[in-house]
Design a binder for this molecule. Structure first.
Ligand code: NDP
Length: 398
């Protein structure tokens, strides 16, 4: 089956990836494809959810905030859609029978609803990288056990997936990074950066959390962890290179010296359409590459001194799965504190590093071992959030 006739659900329909997914579905429906929608979810954006329901006509819609249930029911009363709220409703959205599901909730909040889809062996289009960073080995194992197909949406991982013809003959992977808004900005200026400046990404229009992650290069570090869990390569076999044009989305280096890459304009509709039509391809109207106009593609090494997040992520990956859980959780807290102007930009990585050190000191047993259940993942996640909150609080008070 290709996209025509595929029933779909979208977790996080009101976000940047969710809206691009909606646009792809509308475009393919406009070409005559039959793409019924089973479920859509939002966090607190009821107006956005209503708009998505009008356009997609799902059977079920959910908001994450339980206090918004009656507001959502009222707003959706004229549409023929069942409405739910809270964690169980989000999980129901994942569990409902869609062939293909877009996992585009931001942060660890996306894990449980995505797992509900994994457990029923769905095609899972995975934008939410935090699922993998938070619970990588367990998540991958569950996908294997239940026969779920993980289709990476992150443009770098999607690119690798597209050219990973001989996984057992790969020498290394190279993830490309745009470099974010502070690629050429001094450390002094970065120290003074505002949330608006950090969110002004030069190439991609994304949600606020991933935009800040791109500015610190934590996003690339999270992607390195994501690639390691998803494709089964160690940190040593994954390089990162800054490529400001965001045209080559990654490289796969083979043992015979061949290097394969996927190129496209920086538009999330390209990887989304790829996953929706997989194993076929679908026609979407994303801007075509004009190589003559592009002229040059450039590459440069990331600056480890200004962007310590990459090394933090490599270290966590080397330490083990509990460390990547803790890193992702601490980063979520630090980014939120920065977005609320409680801490400075450079404090983000400081908080993540200190939270991990605190956990290693105080709860060495917790961070050293690989979580053997999602409950254990939740314990590590919570401990890291508390440590990061404590450190962010003392930095804000200083
Ligand atoms: P956005 O912030 O734009 O959207 C996030 C979505 O999640 C919204 O629908 C939001 O609802 C919902 N949401 C927020 N908090 C919760 C919660 N606690 N429980 C349930 N739902 C919640 O993010 P993006 O679309 O930019 O990113 C989504 C994911 O995709 C991230 O993991 C990101 O790393 C990844 N990704 C994004 C890319 C991009 O280009 N944007 C590229 C590659 C990966 P509401 O609108 O109501 O707040």
């Amino acid at each position: 089956m290709t996209h025509n006739g595929r029933t779909v659900s979208i977790l996080g329909v009101t976000g940047s990836v969710g809206q691009s997914t909606l646009a792809v579905i509308e475009e393919l429906r406009g070409q005559g494809a039959d793409i019924p929608v089973e479920a859509v979810t939002a966090g607190r954006n009821v107006a956005g959810l209503v708009d998505a329901c009008r356009r997609l006509k799902p059977r079920f819609a959910a908001v994450s905030d339980p206090s918004l249930l009656s507001a959502a029911r009222e707003a959706l009363a004229s549409l023929n859609v069942a409405v739910g709220a809270g964690p169980s409703a989000l999980e129901e959205a994942g569990a409902r029978p869609a062939d293909w599901i877009m996992s585009a909730i931001v942060g660890a909040a996306g894990l449980a609803p995505t797992m509900a889809a994994v457990r029923r062996g769905a095609l899972v289009a995975l934008a939410n990288k935090e699922c993998l960073v938070c619970a990588g080995p367990l998540f991958i194992e569950a996908a294997k056990t239940h026969g779920a197909m993980l289709l990476p949406v992150d443009s770098e991982h999607n690119a690798i997936f597209q050219v990973l013809t001989h996984p057992e003959r790969v020498e290394k992977l190279t993830l490309t990074a745009s470099g974010g808004p502070f690629r050429t900005v001094s450390l002094e200026a970065m120290a003074r950066a505002t949330p608006a400046e950090a969110c002004a990404h030069p190439r991609w229009n994304m949600g606020r959390k991933i935009s800040v992650d791109s500015a610190t290069l934590m996003n690339k570090g999270l992607e390195l962890i994501e690639a390691s869990y998803l494709f089964g390569f160690s940190s040593k076999s994954i390089d990162v290179i800054v490529h400001p044009q965001s045209t080559v989305h990654s490289f796969v280096h083979y043992v015979d010296g061949s290097v394969l890459a996927q190129l496209a304009s920086p538009d999330m509709r390209v990887p989304i359409a790829f996953t929706l039509a997989w194993p076929d391809r679908a026609a979407v109207s994303a801007a075509r590459l004009d190589l003559g106009q592009l002229g040059q593609l450039t590459f440069e090494a990331p600056d480890a001194a200004r962007f310590p997040a990459l090394a933090l992520c490599r270290t966590a990956l080397g330490t083990g799965a509990a460390a990547t859980t803790a890193l992702s959780a601490a980063n979520e807290i630090a980014v939120q504190a920065f977005l609320e102007s409680r801490i400075g930009f450079l404090d983000i990585c400081r908080i993540v590093e200190d939270a991990l050190s605190d956990l290693e000191r105080a709860e060495a047993g917790l961070i050293a071992k690989t979580p053997s259940s999602f409950d254990e993942v939740a314990v590590v996640d919570q401990a890291a959030r508390l440590a990061a909150q404590r450190i962010a609080g003392s930095l804000a008070a200083a």
